[in-house]
Design a protein around this ligand. Structure first.
Ligand code: GLU
Length: 278
């Protein structure tokens, strides 16, 4: 009886392995760029100004524009792109499984992540900050101790708060940024912490106008990279070349103006490819 169970389990594992291998091959994630092929790209769906799925099903934001530019350099027109939502804690696995060819999703380069994925870039430097209600008197990170704070599971921001800035804050981790914004609006949390680029996008949303403010603390350096499957050096090199061209051709400046202009986000200048700001 016991033996039969083990055999069944082994068969299940084998079957899963076969399915995973089939999915990881050339079909779908954009390994081949001939003709009408599609490319799958991971983005965020709930970050206004960076990666947002609009009510009509279209996509907008700086990461979307960067991804579209890079895809073009890789041989894919905009209509060949299939955007896939890659939430913060899912990004490494999405690349490992081969669900997407690359990820442009406010994805900070760090040593922990580099163990399981490779990064092209960086293509943007952001900083961790706090978003609070307009009348809040929170003005520094240590004010958060004893307060309710929202962040997203698996983000560098959540980790920094726990390990560093405010270990005594009551940190509530959600699966996405929209959940944190609702919690801030309802008063369930006193602050939301993540990259200033993301917070500025939320603060500028019509429905939140005047309700929130960024505290303006540069709590960390977040070097956004484009994630690729570990060892996919060919794609990595092509993406780095594409990012360099995006900056030198001023397409990067246009994407900045289009997406950060409305939120009045004062971004840092374009980073140099391969140079991480510690
Ligand atoms: N850039 C940070 C990170 O990669 C926070 C934003 C996010 O959740 O993507 O963790």
């Amino acid at each position: 009886m016991k033996l039969r169970k083990v055999t069944a389990a082994t068969a299940a594992v084998l079957a899963l392995g076969l399915t995973a291998t089939a999915c990881g091959s050339d079909d779908g994630n954009g390994s081949g760029s001939s003709g009408g092929d599609k490319i799958k790209i991971g983005i965020k769906y709930d970050q206004p100004g960076l990666g947002l799925k609009e009510p009509d099903g279209s996509f907008s934001g700086f990461d979307v524009d960067v991804a579209t530019y890079v895809a073009k350099q890789l041989g894919y027109d905009a209509n060949q792109i299939e955007f896939v939502e890659t939430k913060t804690p899912d990004r490494e696995n999405a690349l490992k499984r081969g669900d997407v060819k690359f990820i442009a999703a406010t994805y900070s380069i760090n040593d922990e992540r580099k163990k399981s994925v490779d990064f092209a870039g960086p293509y943007l430097l952001a900083h961790q900050d706090l978003l609070v209600k307009s009348d809040s008197d929170i003005s520094k990170a240590t004010d958060l101790n004893g307060k309710n704070l929202c962040s997203v599971t698996g983000s560098t921001s959540a980790q920094n708060v726990r390990n560093d800035f405010a270990p005594k804050a009551n940190l509530k981790e959600n699966s996405g940024y929209s959940e944190c914004i609702s919690a801030l609006q309802s008063g369930a949390v006193d602050a939301l912490t993540t990259d200033d680029s993301i917070l500025a996008g939320f603060a500028a949303q019509k429905q939140y106008k005047g309700q929130f403010k960024l505290v303006g603390l540069k709590l960390s350096n977040e070097n956004y990279g484009i994630g690729v499957k570990k060892g996919d050096t060919e794609t990595l090199n092509k993406i780095n070349a594409a990012l360099e061209k995006m900056v030198s051709s001023k397409a990067w400046d246009k994407a900045v103006a289009d997406n950060f202009g409305p939120a009045n986000y004062k971004n840092e200048p374009a980073p140099k490819i391969g140079q991480i700001v510690k």
